[in-house]
Design a protein around this ligand. Structure first.
Ligand code: PMP
Length: 789
């Protein structure tokens, strides 16, 4: 052999098993440990081992090591066992018996004067798993046991922890030349394929995963159960292959395909891995390598047996004839697809499926089935975007990915305000849900920290929060409070407004209403200088549009009502994102206040810096509301809504009504809310909304020369409307074309929506992490789609 492991190979081939006479063994046990009793020889590859039963009935394992054994490695193993005892005293693993003079090991000389290390461990009772019925409970317990073992080893290190071990899967590249000893051609080819794949794809990934000292050999032969409770693990033996390695290798060595019928293998593996994950959570990247690592484990095993047999044909193989079952295990596993194993394991550990996983046809079928189930379970009208809806699986930043792995630039969704699955929010939510989440009638700190942080961003008088779960609820409560405070019932909203789905907010949402407005509701004409009632730029548009407030209040009076409140979305999104004249909202607010009404700023759309120049739309428009209501983006997708008002209003109402929401503002929601504010601040997202928004508007305006369909481009920050018209003179809405554009842009990889009373405004409302490079993609998609319309 000429490879770098000559030394290891020789040791491995020349086993040099010590041959102390039993009498001498007894003497050594007596001298070093004061131990005597019955000695029964135990099978060992390279050492001389005995089971000792003392007269008092205690049981030990006496180990006399091979002369070539590295004392540092034995020290590593014994110190690891001592560490486990310290960290998890009740974990059933062998304990190290100290010598008479308090050491972990002693020395014994053979008749030639060669020294051998001696150590004694407690003997673990039980039967090996190979001999018991395999059940799901046992598999789960095996996984959980190993995870517990690894937790106990987590903080341990030793200078010999990364010793050279032939069976170490991470060194499998070194075994590649020895596959030549595998006699069966098909098996050899498979094994070479596995090694090559490991070298090219798996080992580089493996290097980046969590490493620690692991047992590294907890197969069925080294795992014990109690015969009276065969589903429960009663211990793990043989710490001789312990090594510093990727953590995921621990369950891999237990994932023994030979003991399980191949039809049950996926269930076995999923249960084992889920058992491990239940105690020590696994990372996605670890789970995704399991399949390849199991194959590698068998490839290593098969190669070593073949090599050993070839190099020492006269020595009886310590390992029985295991080559054929091992080859079979490999071909059985190779017959199962990697993606099937990966998805089963991901599911077992509550991770979403890997993307992409399926063939196009399968996806079409799946999506068809999902649509059918959706209609059955969620009603025929459960809405979906696009003629051919997107079957999404993942999101990251401004991107969404479908089940085929196609990427879509998401320029529609404002809920993930700081980008899909922002890692900071994900971490905050998952760490909080792992610690506490409960009914909100308890004291916990983060709701207060969050309320303080939120109200610090608002005018001083808005300092009290009522937490709910959605924008609709927030608006509903703000409306209830307004009614209580004013004693009136009349509502003022914009024409085409949308404020929610509750009975109250639906009545305030002409956008969704299929019926006449209720008598207590009056709408104001949209302050739209492009298509609205007043369009002449030379006119006093502020006063002209605002005058409609007087008309509305007067009409309201005719039906016997006075204004309770004016509820306003200051992004005017459902009005088609008009270019509202500066000062308009302040004029309307004055008129409403003069008539005794309150102002509810519905910041579900405009809030959190979307408009680019202020955190809140009400500030952008210079109004000071009595209520700010927030929803959608507040938790980046974790449900949360908040009504923020003055202490006087809040107290007056809750003292009267005992208002309470079970989930509203629970610890996880507040952790999400807090994390969103962190990201907006840390990543300077408001300034980005301003900069990217301007860039986007300029880029789209530049398309107007070659696309006469674009009638108008407008917006503030990252809320942009592109109005499509059939004729720039008549401004006839290009409603059908807009509808078609949504599908075309989707097919060109960009998701947008439509808005406005004629649904002819392309609505662009991406997450605030949208940068100029994303704007470029959007502009290109818009250009191409308009060309192909
Ligand atoms: N107000 C506005 C302005 C909205 O856009 C929406 C939702 N689109 C709501 C309220 C209702 O929020 P939710 O769907 O969370 O109830």
């Amino acid at each position: 052999m000429t490879d770098q492991h000559d030394n290891g190979d020789i040791k491995f081939l020349d086993r040099n098993t010590p041959k102390f006479p039993l009498k001498k063994i007894g003497q050594i046990a007596q001298d070093l440990y004061d131990l005597s009793g019955d000695f029964k020889s135990l099978k060992s590859e390279r050492d001389q081992n005995y089971h000792i039963q003392t007269k008092s009935g205690k049981n030990y394992v006496f180990k006399l090591s091979n002369q070539d054994e590295n004392p540092g490695v034995i020290d590593f193993q014994l110190k690891a066992l001592a560490h486990i005892k310290e960290q998890d005293p009740t974990l059933p693993v062998p304990r190290v018996l100290s010598t008479k003079n308090g050491r972990f090991s002693g020395m014994a000389k053979d008749f030639q004067g060669t020294e051998h290390i001696v150590h004694v461990l407690t003997y673990l009772p039980g039967i090996i798993l190979d001999e018991v019925r395999q059940t799901r409970t046992l598999w789960k317990n095996r996984g959980a046991f190993l995870a517990r073992l690894d937790i106990s080893l987590r903080g341990f290190f030793h200078p010999h922890a990364r010793h050279h071990l032939l069976w170490d899967i991470t060194r499998c590249k070194d075994l590649r030349p020895h596959t030549l000893h595998i006699s069966d051609t098909a098996a050899r080819r498979n094994i070479e394929k596995i090694f090559d794949h490991m070298a090219a794809d798996v080992l580089p990934k493996l290097k980046t995963l969590r490493h620690q000292v692991i047992h590294n050999d907890a197969d069925v032969m080294n795992s014990l159960t109690d015969p009276t409770q065969p589903d429960i693990m009663s211990g793990v033996l043989d710490f001789g292959d312990m090594v510093y390695a990727p953590l995921i290798l621990e369950p891999i060595l237990a994932a023994d395909i030979q003991t399980i019928h191949k039809d049950d293998y996926i269930e076995f593996l999923s249960t084992l891995i889920a058992g491990y994950d239940s105690i020590l959570p696994l990372e996605e990247e670890e789970i995704d390598l399991v399949y390849d690592l199991i194959l590698a484990r068998y490839a290593v095993f098969a190669t070593i047996i073949a090599w050993r047999r070839a190099m020492s044909p006269d020595q009886p193989a310590y390992l029985p004839e295991e080559e054929t079952p091992c080859w079979k295990a490999i071909s059985n596993l190779m017959a199962i697809k990697r993606s099937i194993v990966r998805d089963a394991l991901r599911k077992a550990c509550c991770y979403p499926p890997f993307c992409p996983t399926k063939k196009e046809n399968d996806i079409a079928d799946d999506t068809g089935l999902l649509l059918e189930r959706r209609h059955q379970l969620m009603g025929d009208a459960a809405p979906l975007f696009y003629k051919c809806p997107v079957h999404v699986e993942r999101g990251r930043g401004p991107w969404l990915y479908d089940v085929q792995g196609n990427a879509y630039l998401d320029a529609y969704n404002n809920v993930p305000v700081v980008g899909h699955c922002h890692p900071h929010v994900v971490k905050a939510v998952s760490r909080q849900i792992a610690a506490l989440n409960l009914n909100t009638r308890y004291i916990y700190q983060n709701i207060l920290d969050y309320a303080e942080r939120l109200t610090a961003l608002l005018p001083d008088h808005l300092s009290s929060c009522f937490f709910v779960n959605s924008g609709s609820e927030a608006n509903d409560i703000a409306w209830q409070m307004s009614k209580f405070i004013t004693g009136e019932k009349g509502a003022l909203v914009m024409e085409n407004a949308y404020h929610g789905i509750t009975e109250v907010t639906k009545a305030l949402s002409p956008y969704e209403l299929n019926s006449e407005l209720a008598p207590h509701v009056q709408t104001l004409i949209s302050p739209d200088p492009y298509r609205g009632l007043h369009q002449d730029k030379n006119d006093d548009l502020v006063n002209l549009f605002a005058a409609d407030t007087d008309r509305a209040i007067a009409d309201m009076a005719k039906s016997g009502h006075k204004p309770t409140a004016f509820m306003i979305d200051s992004s005017f999104i459902s009005n088609g994102i008009p270019d509202v004249p500066d000062g308009y909202l302040a004029r309307v607010a004055d008129k409403v206040r003069n008539a005794g009404g309150l102002i509810i700023a519905d910041e579900v759309q405009a809030g959190f810096g979307r408009l680019g120049t202020d955190m809140w739309g009400c500030n952008v428009h210079g109004i000071t509301p009595d209520f700010v209501t927030i929803g959608k983006p507040v938790g980046n997708g974790y449900p949360l809504g908040v009504v923020i008002t003055s202490p006087g209003i809040l107290n007056a109402y809750i003292n009267e009504t005992q208002l309470f929401s079970t989930f509203g503002g629970n610890p996880v929601a507040c952790a999400a809310g807090m994390a969103v504010l962190d990201v907006i601040e840390n990543e300077n997202l408001m300034a980005n909304a301003c900069k990217t928004g301007n860039y986007l508007i300029d880029g789209i305006c530049a398309l107007m020369d070659r696309h006469p369909l674009i009638g108008d481009v407008r917006g503030r920050g990252l809320i942009v409307g592109v109005e499509l018209v059939k004729d720039r003179e008549t401004k006839e809405p290009a409603t059908k074309e807009t509808d078609r554009m949504l599908d075309l842009m989707k097919d060109n990889g960009v998701l947008v929506g439509n808005e406005g009373p004629y649904s002819n405004v392309i609505k662009i409302r991406p997450s605030l992490v949208f940068r100029e490079e994303h704007a470029d993609i959007l502009i290109k998609s818009l250009d191409c789609s308009l060309k192909s319309l």
